[in-house]
Design a protein around this ligand. Sequence first.
Ligand SMILES: [Zn+2]
Length: 189
Amino acid sequence: MKDKKPRKAPLPHRRSVLAKMSTALLITSLKPALASTVPPGARSLDLHNIHTGERLSVDYWANGTYVPDALAAINKILRDFRTGDVQPIETNLLDALVRLHAKLETSKPFEIISGYRSPATNAALHAKSEESGVAVKSLHMRGMAVDIRVPGRPLILLRNAALSERAGGVGYYPQSDFVHVDVGRIRRW
Ligand SMILES: [Zn+2]
């Protein structure tokens, strides 16, 4: 019993030091995170698939969690319209699109030129035109990329906003009038 007192005594001090340390860690780790997170509250996307004419406006995040039905609807509108294949689109790509949309200060939807691509579609596109920038191992095949534009916003503005996000890759295709955005490695072309 005697021994326990001196051992116990430093604990409150150690705790407060640890508390201070963890608070400091929290603050330093929050700062960069806050800069790249989406605004609090619901996360919404407004999408217009130019190939199918489909339009979707949906809250895919609400009350602190993803909304499965909304994600399913997003996966569907971003499907491979050539084959009908539906695959999950990565939610961090959706979050990147929300941030991008906020930066563009527009109420217009993203126009979708390409979302998910099945391996068959990607191979066909790649074979058709190497100039179009269709990579053999495209991130479109992993639900990690979209090709987009926004009505009323210059393509260069969209490109620059996407670059400033530093969410992944950004490809600029002025001839085809779209910007490729993905959540792979940070790179540009
Ligand atoms: Zn693309």
